[in-house]
Design a protein around this ligand. Structure first.
Ligand SMILES: NC(=O)c1ccc[n+]([C@@H]2O[C@H](COP(=O)([O-])OP(=O)(O)OC[C@H]3O[C@@H](n4cnc5c(N)ncnc54)[C@H](OP(=O)(O)O)[C@@H]3O)[C@@H](O)[C@H]2O)c1
Length: 311
């Protein structure tokens, strides 16, 4: 188990992403995935009020509703660390105080719980004073509706400013950053953003751990993958660096006799500041690679090989 930042939240070192619940996984498949993940020791779930609002006919909240139904049917609320987000749902966008309060009530209702363990600001909101956002989060924490807060998709300056305001005003403070980071997208995080996270004792909980499926190794030049995610993953085949990463992953996965996906996630988990990478799975088979990653510790030589290929 890993601790998140300086908080008392301790989590399985791989977080299950659930943006695909209600999208590429229907409720039955989602229940199977959740059963397999928790059955294998996983406890950390990531959702958002806006999942899966981008699907025609959906209004958002579908993923939260499925998780709520699963927790009710299995009686597992107290066995999971539940993270959801505010700020990205059409009609409930932004981080104003009133919006956060209303969005939180909606999420609690859909999830069928009285508290959220980790509540993420989904996107920075330059239109709202940072103090207003933090005051709203602070009130929710004092009311017991939220345990901890995190920042997602924030730049280094605004994250640092938020942390400074929390300290100065004595308000609740972000304990973690959720951002795009994986073996084929290192520069987005490594550098100033990682420095703010490290300097302030936060943890990184990176998303797109599998580069939307590319880092599972199923996308190969000349092959066609049947997946709703293909448009986001296949373009990496045009990148020489991404192909070099695949070659290094193949070599290590073969030597270790595990799936490529498990190695890609183990690399991410080994990076400084990372407490738990996020990856999603739409079937029980896919979950097993995610669980395997949590058991793996890459050797120094394996890390050097992957670092060189992805540099
Ligand atoms: N904060 C934010 O703004 C933000 C943004 C994006 C995502 N997220 C979070 O991060 C989570 C993960 O993101 P993501 O699902 O978009 O990307 P991802 O984890 O990089 O890719 C997951 C996809 O890879 C495929 N896959 C997974 N395991 C596999 C295996 N063992 N073998 C073959 N294919 C496998 C599945 O797609 P197919 O089977 O359909 O190919 C799955 O949906 C989300 O669920 C969400 O919680 C947060």
């Amino acid at each position: 188990m890993n601790m998140i930042g300086n908080s008392e939240l301790s989590v399985f070192p791989l977080c299950l992403g659930t943006n695909i619940f209600g999208w590429t996984a229907d409720q039955r498949q989602a229940f199977e995935v959740l059963d397999a993940f928790t059955g294998g020791g996983g406890d950390f779930l990531d959702t958002a009020d806006s999942y899966s609002a981008w699907i025609p006919g959906h209004s958002g909240g579908e993923s939260e509703t499925i998780i709520g139904a699963w927790m009710a049917s299995r009686g597992t609320r107290d066995d999971v660390v539940l993270a959801t987000k505010v700020g990205g749902l059409p009609g409930r966008k932004g981080l104003s105080g009133p919006n956060i309060r209303m969005a939180c009530e909606d999420s609690l209702r859909r999830l069928g719980t009285d508290h959220i363990d980790l509540y993420w600001a989904h996107y920075d909101d330059p239109e709202t004073p940072i103090g207003e956002t933090l005051e709203a989060f602070d009130t929710l924490i004092r009311e017991g509706k939220v345990r901890y807060i995190g920042a997602s998709n924030f730049g280094p300056e605004r994250l640092a400013e938020s942390l400074q305001i929390s300290r100065r005003e004595g308000l609740a403070s972000y304990i973690a950053l959720q951002q795009h980071y994986n073996l084929v997208e290192r520069e987005l995080y490594e550098g100033p953003l990682a420095k703010v996270v490290a300097d302030n004792g936060l943890s990184s909980i990176p998303y797109y751990g599998l580069a939307r499926g590319f880092l599972t190794g199923k996308y190969r030049t000349g092959s066609v993958v049947e997946s709703a995610r293909a448009a986001g993953a296949a373009p990496y085949l045009e990148s020489e660096r991404a192909l070099a990463v695949l070659e290094a992953l193949d070599e290590i996965a073969e030597a270790r006799d595990v799936e490529v996906a498990a190695i890609a996630l183990a690399w991410l988990a080994a990076q400084p500041t990372v407490a738990a990478p996020i990856a999603s799975a739409r079937s029980v088979e896919q979950v097993s690679a995610l669980l395997d990653s949590a058991e793996l510790t890459l050797s120094e030589a394996e890390l050097v090989l992957l670092n060189a290929a992805s540099a």
